[in-house]
Design a protein around this ligand. Structure first.
Ligand code: SF4
Length: 224
């Protein structure tokens, strides 16, 4: 993927987004750690679940299962019970199976390579990228629904259809800063923008930090 084909407004988008995130990004427990096990737990919990709901569960779960070995050794029924109230219980079963696979096949160390992560239970392309980036600071794209929405509005507002997801992953890879630590911040920042400003319900273009570098935002007049 050539960096030459990066859209003209991409550098400004990156710059503005990173500056905004440094000032306004929420202080979330999984942003204060690079512990791969903790990151995996947070990513499983955050799938289709609000941050505010996850925070309490995350802390309690890690108290109950302080290491990946402790989780792997726990009975499935206990893990299911710890997940009680969080919903989408298949995630708990997958997380448990993932812990067992990591202990059995990777000596208890969560892999850092997205291709290897992808072979673990419950890990799709997004989670593989997120764990590689958020735990190991690898410069890997991670496109969830929030990121997809922001990138579509900012770079491909007219694009629809089956080719869209691949295009968004490509754009995410092109935009990603090369340094792992900055890539970590960039991935977090796009998600944050999608969760708090450029939401599914409303695009708040009027107060958006990247508006001047967004194809949708440039067209909107006044408040978004
Ligand atoms: S300017 Fe509007 S559409 Fe563009 S990223 Fe911001 S909120 Fe989303």
């Amino acid at each position: 993927m050539s960096r030459k084909s990066i859209p003209d407004h991409a550098p400004e988008f990156r710059r503005r987004l990173l500056r905004w995130f440094r000032r306004h990004g929420r202080d979330l427990p999984w942003r204060r750690t690079r512990d791969p096990y903790h990151i995996v737990v947070s990513e499983f919990m955050l799938q289709q679940t609000q941050v505010t709901r996850v925070e309490g569960y995350y802390a309690r779960f890690l108290e109950q299962y302080p290491s990946i070995e402790a989780l792997a050794a726990a009975p499935a029924s206990a893990v299911r019970e710890s997940w009680d109230g969080l919903g989408y219980y298949r995630r708990a079963a997958n997380l448990h199976r993932l812990a067992q696979a990591v202990v059995r096949e990777h000596a208890g160390v969560v892999p850092s390579d997205p291709a290897v992560l992808l072979r673990l239970p419950g890990v799709g392309r997004y989670t593989a990228g997120a764990v590689a980036s958020f735990a190991y600071e690898r410069a890997t794209p991670a496109v969830d629904t929030n990121v997809a929405r922001v990138l579509r509005r900012a770079f491909h507002p007219g694009l629809r259809g089956p080719g869209l997801p691949a295009r968004l992953w490509e754009t995410a890879a092109r935009l990603l800063p090369r340094g792992g630590r900055t890539a970590w911040a960039f991935n977090q920042a796009v998600m944050e923008l999608g969760a708090t400003v450029c939401t599914a319900r409303v695009a708040r273009c009027g107060g958006c930090p990247v508006r001047s570098a967004c194809l949708t935002g440039r067209r909107v007049k006044g408040e978004g």
